[in-house]
Design a protein around this ligand. Structure first.
Ligand code: B12
Ligand code: SF4
Ligand code: SF4
Length: 395
């Protein structure tokens, strides 16, 4: 196989490989621009799945006019709570061209993190136990996705570099060969990218009334990531809204944080209060936590579309011992150890040991009756161990 053969990065059946060899024997001038775009689109999508993502879609890179308006209103009314970084340059968040000059497409990616363990309302919480959001049970998704994005970037750059000449970047851009950071800018969470808006436009799902991306057949327990690229690719059709008259997520939110369809006021959201605050949780947020030690899944757990979600089978997302409805006393013991290693590689480290101790205190403040936990409780509550496998979540 030629050194620069893009197919060397693909796992193909024999017949597909033979078909591709025949196509490659054709002169490249025989390929129309549409065929070239379609072939590159297929390659970019296949490589995303091979890098370990669950789904991939493509949207045209353009200014998201109505999202920018909504984002500005959301910020102007203070709904971003303590997350001042969200207010920095909202225009950049809605216009990929301001981030990557010459951007032509946004590649939206999902990674399923559903696991076969109960939802919070299916567990009778015993005294001194609280809930940790399922996204934080296993390894930190940022690390895992960042690694997969890097593999993805390398495979796309290697596959396309030989066929992209200096002129491919289009008018208004500096000349040069296809390069990772400049032509294929990858993000998970921290970048100036409205990941849900792009995933919706890329046809991966729609934004439910809780504002999260819901896939028609896979539900919402997926992480999102995205790549802004200068590649000219075929775009997918945006998914339509399937919420209909349902308001289950709005009704189930324990703190009435979903103030209108698709509008979450972070000042009321448990997820913000228990994860995003630096240092001690201010008094106005402490009572929001209720039974939640870290994050909240209520609005997603009640969504009918999560009946169709299947476990991801990813060992890294399986709960670390004791994290499904953990004992507060155990969290305290672990976090009180100087330089505890227990948080290494876990999403919980975002709050830090001191922050988690403060979360424990805030949960306890809301439960004045439970002052002293019984010593030597087992790691997992019997109710949890006895929980039957949940329906519709088997692979
Ligand atoms: C900031 C943030 C938060 C904040 C704010 C939440 C929010 N709704 O924005 C807080 C800390 C509260 C939070 C909580 C959670 N988050 Co968060 N969060 C983000 C982050 C970093 C940025 C989101 C953002 O830009 N918000 C800005 C606001 C304005 O966006 P918005 O509320 O969606 O509003 C848009 C539309 O709804 C619309 N709109 C707004 N107002 C109006 C009004 C009208 C009338 C209309 C029609 C439309 C409209 O326009 C806006 C702009 O597009 C993204 C990662 C990323 N880079 O995208 C992850 C992300 C959204 N979070 C994620 C997750 C998993 C969660 C939690 C489930 C975690 C947990 N278990 O505790 C909760 C869910 C809470 C909820 N219901 O939203 C995932 C979502 C995956 C998915 N399936 O969609 C993301 C994508 C992270 C990731 N990489 O996977 N999060
Ligand atoms: S994460 Fe919890 S608090 Fe936040 S909107 Fe959803 S149900 Fe409400
Ligand atoms: S619970 Fe109902 S309203 Fe909320 S996202 Fe799911 S389908 Fe839409």
């Amino acid at each position: 196989m030629a050194q620069d053969d893009p197919d060397q990065y693909l796992v193909l059946t024999k017949s597909e490989r033979r078909r591709r060899e025949r196509l490659k024997a054709l002169p490249t001038w025989g390929e129309t621009p549409e065929q070239t775009r379609a072939r590159r689109t297929r390659l970019v999508k296949e490589l995303a799945l091979q890098a370990g993502f669950s789904a991939v879609g493509i949207a045209r890179a353009e200014l998201l006019t109505s999202d920018l308006e909504h984002l500005q209103t959301w910020l102007a009314t203070g709904k971003h709570a303590t997350m001042a970084w969200l207010a920095e340059d909202p225009a950049r968040r809605c216009d990929p061209g301001l981030v990557v000059p010459g951007a032509r497409a946004v590649i939206a990616l999902t990674l399923n993190y559903q696991t076969n363990h109960p939802y919070s309302h299916e567990v009778a919480l015993q005294p001194d136990r609280a809930w940790v959001s399922r996204y934080a049970w296993g390894d930190d998704y940022h690390d895992l996705i960042e690694k997969r994005l890097k593999i993805y970037e390398d495979s796309v750059v290697q596959a396309l570099l030989p066929e992209l000449d200096e002129g491919f970047r289009g008018p208004g851009t500096e000349p040069g060969h296809f390069k990772g950071f400049r032509d294929f800018r990858r993000y998970v969470d921290h970048g100036p990218l409205l990941e849900r808006a792009w995933a919706e436009r890329a046809g991966l799902g729609w934004r439910g009334k809780h504002s999260l991306l819901v896939q028609p057949r896979g539900g919402s327990f997926v992480f999102l990531a995205g790549v802004i690229t200068t590649l000219d690719l075929d775009c997918d059709v945006a998914e339509v809204d399937h919420c209909g008259n349902c308001t289950a997520c709005i009704d189930a939110c324990p703190t009435a944080a979903i103030v209108a369809p698709r509008v979450v006021d972070a000042r009321r959201c448990i997820s913000h209060a228990s994860i995003e605050i630096d240092g001690q949780i201010p008094s106005e947020y402490r009572s929001l936590l209720g039974d939640h030690l870290f994050g909240c899944d209520r609005c997603q757990e009640v969504c009918p579309f999560n009946r169709f979600s299947t476990p991801c089978g990813e060992p890294a997302f399986e709960p670390r011992p004791g994290l499904v409805a953990p004992l507060l006393s155990q969290i305290e013991t672990v976090c009180a150890e100087p330089e505890t290693a227990a948080l290494a590689g876990s999403s919980l480290r975002r709050r830090g040991a001191a922050g988690l101790l403060d979360n424990v205190a805030a949960v306890r403040e809301g439960r004045p009756a439970i002052l002293h936990p019984a010593p030597n409780q087992p790691t997992l509550a019997p109710t949890l161990q006895a929980s039957p496998a949940l329906p519709n979540r088997e692979p």
